[in-house]
Design a protein. Structure first.
Length: 356
């Protein structure tokens, strides 16, 4: 079977990006975010290839995939556990559980004297998950009364770290630090944007995600400017080439009209593969290392492209949707979204290949 669409993941690039993380935060341990199947890059392959100190996933289901894949490093459940049964499995698999509410504490407490590993999530201003900062002393007393629990540390999350002109991140960090004054335990604050732009967020643990995969978390800085290498390239192929006359309409709605007699190519990829339907005409793809504009609407299984700049294009030629030479940040901006969504939005019929 010949794959229609291939997403090739360069694991050496991910390792390079981890080294960039360590250059920004040389005194911090690295908890690599590999939730959502490592942002579409393949969680087991990334975990096996990348020497992070720990791995962060969203939920128990993602953690069990790693354990079944032979990953024995610390794995952190960022959303914690959802039931008593999950609490038991987390203990069985020696997972580190992020606790963000009292009901989760009760689920773990119901395990009796079984050892569990716990992070406490504090809400420093994100207002999504976490205990109020004012509860930190009481939570510390609760933990002290449970010596069979391993306390991993205090975690918080930054809401605006990618907005370097905003003072809100400074407010969050200062509030978090003040709330934990005189309390023991390791700290974890920074995501990718936080560890790059806010030195005071480089504490005991940093939690990079997007930058590991070679994309910039900032609107005004490219990945290459940050020293990052793109880890994924997504490619399909030309499956048809047609000659159309001036004035002919292309695709659904006939939204594109040929401005002259021209060759139009059909590429075997569409929104059912992860190419956003919101990508407008003029958005580039790469053919023969040349930027070629998409024309007309993105279909479920196909896109159409203007081949006037690549007259030597032939059936079967590779078409790059994003990757080296066409940054995912640029494609995301044209689609009105973020690189995260494009990475995570690749569907099951995209064939994932890993290079070491």
């Amino acid at each position: 079977m010949t794959p229609r669409v291939i997403a090739t993941v360069d694991l050496a690039a991910v390792r390079h990006n981890l080294e960039v993380v360590r250059q920004f935060a040389p005194r911090s341990k690295v908890m690599a975010a590999i939730k959502a199947d490592a942002y579409g890059h393949g969680a087991i392959a990334v975990a096996r290839a990348v020497p992070a100190d720990a791995f962060a996933v969203a939920c128990l289901e993602e953690a069990l995939v790693l354990r079944e894949g032979g990953v024995d490093k610390p794995v952190v459940l960022l959303e914690g556990i959802l039931s008593g049964a999950e609490a038991e499995e987390a203990a069985d698999e020696t997972l580190q559980v992020v606790v963000h509410d009292h009901w989760q504490l009760l689920l773990l407490d119901a395990l009796g004297n079984r050892p569990v590993s716990v992070w406490i999530k504090l809400d420093s201003g994100m207002h999504r998950l976490g205990f109020p900062l004012s509860e930190a002393p009481a939570l510390h007393r609760f933990l002290q009364a449970r010596p069979h629990w391993e306390f991993c540390g205090w975690m918080t999350h930054l809401a605006c770290a990618d907005e370097t002109a905003s003072n809100f991140t400074r407010v969050q960090i200062d509030s978090y630090v003040a709330a934990l004054k005189d309390l023991p335990g390791q700290r974890s604050i920074a995501n990718s944007a936080g560890l790059i732009a806010w030195p005071q967020a480089r504490v005991h643990w940093v939690r990079p995600g997007l930058m590991l995969y070679g994309a910039s978390p900032f609107a005004d800085k490219t990945a290459s400017e940050l020293g990052l290498k793109p880890a994924m390239r997504v490619e399909s192929r030309l499956i048809a080439i047609h000659d159309f006359a001036e004035g002919e309409g292309i695709g659904y709605g006939q939204t594109y009209r040929c401005p002259e007699n021209m060759k139009v190519g059909v590429v075997a990829i569409g929104y059912a593969d992860g190419v956003h339907r919101s990508l407008p005409s003029g958005s580039p793809v790469l053919i023969h290392n040349t930027r070629v504009p998409m024309i007309g609407r993105v279909s479920m299984d196909m896109i159409t492209v203007d081949l006037r700049l690549v007259p030597k294009a032939r059936i079967g030629d590779a078409v790059r949707i994003w990757g080296e030479g066409l940054p995912i940040e640029e494609v995301a901006a044209r689609a009105g979204t973020l690189p995260y969504e494009l990475m995570c939005g690749l569907t099951q019929r995209v064939h994932l290949v890993h290079e070491n």
